[in-house]
Design a protein around this ligand. Structure first.
Ligand SMILES: C[S@@+](CC[C@H](N)C(=O)[O-])C[C@H]1O[C@@H](n2cnc3c(N)ncnc32)[C@H](O)[C@@H]1O
Length: 412
C-alpha cells in the first residue's frame, strides 16, 4: 500500500488527507518541468480528488476574474518595503563573481549589489535562466539540460578569472520538509560545488543551504563532503543567519559556508552583524524590521508580525500556488489575515479573487517582496514556477550582507 501522502513529506498539505489510499498506484499526468520534482505515489482515486480540487479552484478563479464572484473587499496594496534600499550598491572595483545553481537569482542579485561583477550563471531550469536574462540582459547565463547542468561543465577554463564563486546547491536532500537522505539523494549537488571550487580556485566562495545542513544530523556529511575536500586550500567558516536581521519581513534562516584561499582574508573576515530586529527594542540594536502587513502596505488591524518561512512551490510533491509549509505557518497567516494559498499572478487578480474570510490574497509580486526581491524582478513562467523560483531563493538583502562581508575581507 502506498504511503499516505500527508505522511510522506513534512510539508503541510491539508488537501492530502485521503480515505482513498487503497488501490494500485498510478503515474501522475502532470508534465514534470522541474528535473528534481518527485511526484507522490497516489492511487487513481487520490489523484482524482486532487484533480477535482484543481478544477474547482480554477473555476472559482475564472469566475472571479470574469467579475462573477463576490465584490472585492481590499484595495490594491501599495507596499512600503523597498528591498533595494536595504542593499545600497557598493563598488567592488574589478572583483568578479560566478554563480552556480543560480535559480531566479536571489544570491546573484545580492552579490551584484555588494559590488561584484557577474561573469556567469549556471542553472538547470530554463525558466529560471530566462528570469536572469530578462533581469540582466548583459549577464552571461547558461541554463537548461545542455548548457546549465553543472554536472556536465568543465570549470577549469574559468581558473584565474573568478574572485568569488557562489551557489546554493539544492536543499531538498537536507531540508526538514524532505526525506533528509543527504548524499543518498540524487539531488545532492555539494560534490559538484566542491569540484567547481577546486577547478576554478577562486579567492573566496560562498555556499548556501537550509540550516538543517548545519545540524548534528549532517555534521559528518559536512565535514566529509564540504570541509575535508577543501580545507587543504581554503579556510572555511560557517554561519547561520536570519533574514529578518537584515530587514526582510520574513523568518528565514540559512547557513552559509564562506571560504578564503588566504589566511589573511580569512582573518580579515567578520560575519555580518544584524542591521535590523523584530521584537524587543531594548535588547536589540539597529532598526526595526517591518512586519508582513506593514511591508505589503496593508491596513492596520492591530497586529503585525514577520511572515512565516515561505516554501517553494517546486519542492513539494505537487506543483502548487501555495507558499504554506506548516500548520504553525497557517495559524500565523490566519492571525495576520493573509491568505497564503492560491497566490494570484498579480495584484489586480488577487483583489478580484476574494479569499476565504475576506483575508488578503497574496500575489506573485507580494511574495517576491516578502522574499526581499525588488518589485521589478521579472520572474518568468506560470505562477507556480515564479513562486518556485522565489521560494527557492536566498533573500537578496541576506545575500547582500554575506557578499558585503566578503567584499570587506578583500578590501583589508
Ligand atoms: C536552492 S535553488 C538556488 C536558489 C538561488 N541560490 C537563489 O538565491 O535564487 C537550487 C537551484 O539549483 C538548480 N539545480 C539543481 N540541480 C542543478 C544542476 N545539476 N545544475 C545546475 N543547476 C541545478 C535548481 O534548478 C534550483 O534552481
Amino acid at each position: 500500500m502506498p504511503e499516505r501522502p500527508s505522511q510522506q513529506h513534512g510539508l503541510f498539505d491539508p488537501s492530502a488527507q485521503s480515505d482513498e489510499a487503497e488501490g494500485p498506484v498510478v503515474p501522475s499526468r502532470i508534465r514534470t518541468v522541474y528535473a528534481f520534482h518527485q511526484p507522490r505515489e497516489l492511487t487513481e482515486a487520490q489523484r482524482e480528488k486532487f484533480r477535482k480540487m484543481s478544477r474547482d479552484s480554477r473555476e472559482a478563479r475564472r469566475s472571479a476574474l470574469a467579475g462573477e464572484g463576490p465584490e472585492p473587499i481590499h484595495e490594491i496594496n501599495v507596499p512600503n518595503y523597498r528591498p533595494l534600499d536595504f542593499m545600497p550598491l557598493r563598488e567592488g572595483g574589478t572583483l568578479s563573481s560566478l554563480s552556480l545553481f543560480s535559480g531566479g537569482g536571489g544570491l546573484d542579485l545580492g552579490v551584484e549589489r555588494a559590488g561584484f561583477t557577474h561573469t556567469a550563471s549556471f542553472e538547470l531550469m530554463d525558466e529560471a535562466g530566462d528570469t536572469l536574462r530578462k533581469a540582466r540582459s548583459d549577464w552571461t547565463v547558461y541554463s537548461g539540460d545542455d548548457e546549465g547542468d553543472v554536472r556536465g561543465i568543465d570549470f577549469k577554463p574559468w581558473r584565474g578569472k573568478v574572485d568569488l564563486l557562489h551557489g546554493g546547491p539544492p536543499c531538498q536532500p537536507f531540508s526538514n520538509a524532505g526525506r533528509q537522505q543527504g548524499h543518498l539523494d540524487e539531488r545532492d549537488m555539494w560534490p559538484q560545488f566542491v569540484r567547481a571550487v577546486k577547478e576554478i580556485r577562486p579567492a573566496a566562495f560562498i555556499g548556501e543551504n537550509v540550516p538543517a545542513l548545519a545540524s548534528p544530523k549532517f555534521s559528518e556529511y559536512v565535514s566529509e563532503n564540504i570541509v575535508a575536500p577543501l580545507s587543504g586550500s581554503y579556510h572555511i567558516e560557517q554561519v547561520i543567519l536570519q533574514a529578518s536581521d537584515f530587514g526582510v519581513p520574513q523568518l528565514r534562516r540559512r547557513v552559509f559556508f564562506v571560504g578564503f584561499r588566504t589566511k589573511k582574508m580569512a582573518n580579515a573576515w567578520k560575519a555580518p552583524e544584524p542591521t535590523h530586529f523584530w521584537g524587543d527594542a531594548s535588547t536589540a540594536g539597529g532598526q526595526k524590521c517591518m512586519g508582513l502587513r506593514q511591508a505589503l502596505g496593508l491596513p492596520d488591524i492591530g497586529v503585525d508580525d514577520l511572515s512565516p518561512t515561505i516554501r517553494s512551490s517546486l519542492t513539494g510533491p505537487r506543483h502548487t500556488t501555495s507558499i504554506l509549509n506548516s500548520v504553525a505557518a497557517q495559524r500565523k497567516f490566519e492571525s495576520l489575515e493573509v491568505w497564503p494559498n492560491g497566490v494570484a499572478a498579480d495584484r489586480a487578480a488577487a483583489r478580484a479573487f476574494v479569499a476565504k474570510h475576506g483575508h488578503f490574497r497574496l500575489s506573485v509580486p507580494d511574495v517576491a517582496l516578502i522574499q526581499g526581491f525588488p518589485e521589478d524582478w521579472p520572474f518568468v513562467g506560470a505562477t507556480y514556477m515564479a513562486l518556485g523560483q522565489i521560494g527557492n531563493a536566498v533573500p537578496p538583502p541576506l545575500a547582500y550582507a554575506v557578499a558585503s562581508s566578503v567584499l570587506d575581507a578583500f578590501s583589508k
